[in-house]
Structure formats: C-alpha cells, structure tokens
Design a protein around this ligand. Structure first.
Ligand code: F6P
Length: 327
C-alpha cells in the first residue's frame, strides 16, 4: 500500500454542474487529513503541459454553487499515446503528486485506468457528466441539474406552444443516453419521447401525434435525445411534416445550455460526498476505482468493471408511465 501525501485533482471531458463542488470536497477533505493538493488545469492536457496550481481551503471558496469547472476541461488526444502519458507522468512526479482524483466521464476513466496501471499511481474517479451513462453509480454529477434545466426550458416552450397551438420537437443532449430525455420528458409532460435505447418508428410517432390531436390538445411537445436512431429533431420534424402537413411545427435544440448553470442541491451534496469518499479511499489504499451512489450509499467499483459493463439506466416503469401520461 502506497503512502499518499499529495493528491492531484483534475476535471476532464465534457464539463458538468457539480464538478466544482467535487473539487472543493477533494481539496478540503485532503487538507483536513493533512495531505497536500495540486489542481491540474485542463485535465490530461494540463498534465502534459505542466499546468498546475497549488490548492488550499481558500482556492476553493465560493465555488460550490458554480457551474462549469474552475480547473477547466479538455479532450486530450496526446494522452492517448505512450509518449504523451510519459510526459504527463514526469510532470506530476516533478510536482511530488503521488495520487490522483479524476472527475469526468468514460474517456476520463479510460485514461485514468491506463495511466494508473502503466505508472503504478493510485487513482480514484468521480463520475461527472450530464448524460448519466456510467456504470457504477445511479447518478452522475450534473445529471440532476441538467434535468431541471431541461424541464424549465420545456415549461417555457409549452407556454408559447399552447398559445399558438403548435407542435414542438425539442432536442436534448445524450449522444448514447436517453436519461435526460426520459426524465425531463416525464417531468415536462411531453407527448412523446424518442430515445437511443428504445426503438420508436416514425409511424408510431405519427400515430401518437394523431391520437393526441383527437384529444384536442392545445400543444404537443416531442422530446428527442440527440442520439435517437431517427436522426435529430430537425430530421424528425421534417418527416412528420411530410405526413401531417396541417400541423404547425417548430424545432428547438437546447444544446449546451444544458451543461451550464448552478448545480442543484442534489448535485452539490452528491459531489461533496463523492469527493470526500475519493480522498478517503486513496488514504485507505484503494486505487483504480470509481466512486458512485447506489440507493443512498456511496460505494466504489473497480475501474475495470466500471469500464467493461454497460448499465441500462432507464427505469422500465418510468418508460411505461411516460406512455400512460402522454395520452
Ligand atoms: O457531456 C456529455 C455531452 O453533453 C453529450 O450528451 C454530447 O453529445 C456531448 O457532451 C457534446 O459535447 P462537446 O460538444 O463538448 O463535444
């Protein structure tokens, strides 16, 4: 078991609300445990460029409520090469960093596993992505906030849609994941939800919309996850318009606004618990693992398991409920 004295913390990949709260928790827990902490800017890129900042209790003051990440983020191709990782290792060694906390998604975790194995450096990973698509945790950081952001947007779209008796196709994030689409769709009262995990043919969607029309709905909102097989919202809207020519159809792509904003209470508390756990796991000799929440308990999962397993994150019952509520 390695004696941890100085932790390097970084965020990598797509940012997510709650990342700052996690950084703060890592820094404050480590200092409480008499460890030193160094912030690494722009994830693996900063490791390669030697972009470090010493962290103390005050460097993380008033960041718990902020969206984005104060340590910045990047997607780094160079770290995928052995040469890149060698430079990164030499730089963190020169800093005296002897353990890492990585906050990010599956790309971040893949890099962390490789690096930890190659250079025998302990690493704990915290799942931070609005997509909620990682194995080993019921929730990833940022997912709850993103759901709230999307629901707020749907509510606003509903106001104008009802006023004009329009049909809106709203595209939400989730390249491979329908979590936001399903949850925000149910929470926002969507008439139909298209997800990458569940095949919904266009004919089926058209039938749903025709049925909704017979029920004299004053507006209709179709939520489409960006990764849905039917294509994006523009594509689906175009095809529907070809069949239901009388409908007044509009498209709204919510895009990156879903990634920003102050983290929800849930994400702040989850991030704080995960950051605290990650540091204690390193102190106790755990390595190459992710921190997650199962039920209400914070747990860890070996990185090898987290990366090799795929979890169906959509609640089957919620899928059924969505189909009853939208009638
Ligand atoms: O953070 C995850 C995610 O939001 C995906 O749903 C989306 O496809 C992707 O990131 C887009 O990220 P970027 O524009 O930063 O590459």
């Amino acid at each position: 078991m390695k004696n941890v004295t100085k932790i390097g913390v970084f965020t990598s990949g797509g940012d997510a609300p709650g990342m700052n709260a996690a950084i703060r928790a890592v820094v404050r827990t480590a200092i409480y445990e008499n460890l030193e902490v160094v912030g690494i800017y722009r994830g693996y890129q900063g490791m390669i460029d030697g972009d470090f900042i010493p962290m103390n209790r005050r460097t993380v003051s008033s960041i718990i409520q902020k969206g984005g990440t104060v340590l910045k983020s990047a997607r780094c191709l160079e770290f995928r090469t052995p040469e890149g990782r060698k430079i990164a290792y030499e730089n963190i060694k020169a800093q005296g960093i002897d353990a890492l906390v990585a906050i990010g998604g599956d790309g971040t975790f893949t890099g962390a596993k490789l690096f930890s194995e190659e250079y025998d450096i302990p690493v704990m990973c915290i799942p931070g992505t609005i997509d909620n698509d990682l194995y080993g945790s019921d929730y990833t950081l940022g997912y709850d906030t993103a759901n709230n952001t999307v629901i707020e947007a749907i509510d606003k779209i509903r106001d104008t849609a009802s006023s004009h008796s329009r049909v809106f196709f709203v595209e939400v994030m989730g390249r491979d994941s329908g979590c936001i689409a399903l949850n925000a769709g149910v929470g926002g009262g969507a008439e139909s939800i298209l997800l990458p995990e569940v095949e919904t043919g266009l004919e089926e969607l058209i039938q749903e919309l025709e049925l909704a029309e017979t029920r004299e709905k004053s507006s209709m909102i179709v939520i489409i996850a960006e990764g849905d097989q039917n294509g994006g919202a523009y594509e689906v809207a175009k095809k529907v318009k070809e069949k239901l020519t009388h409908l007044d159809i509009k498209v709204s792509i919510l895009g990156h606004l879903q990634r920003g904003g102050a983290p929800s209470s849930f994400d702040r508390v989850l991030a704080t618990r995960m950051g605290y756990k990650a540091v204690h796991e390193l102190i106790n000799g755990n390595s190459c693992a992710t921190v997650g929440m199962r039920g209400t308990t914070i747990i860890t999962t070996p990185l090898a398991e987290a990366l090799s397993k795929k979890e169906f994150k959509l609640d089957e019952e919620l899928l059924e409920i969505a189909n009853i509520m939208n009638k």
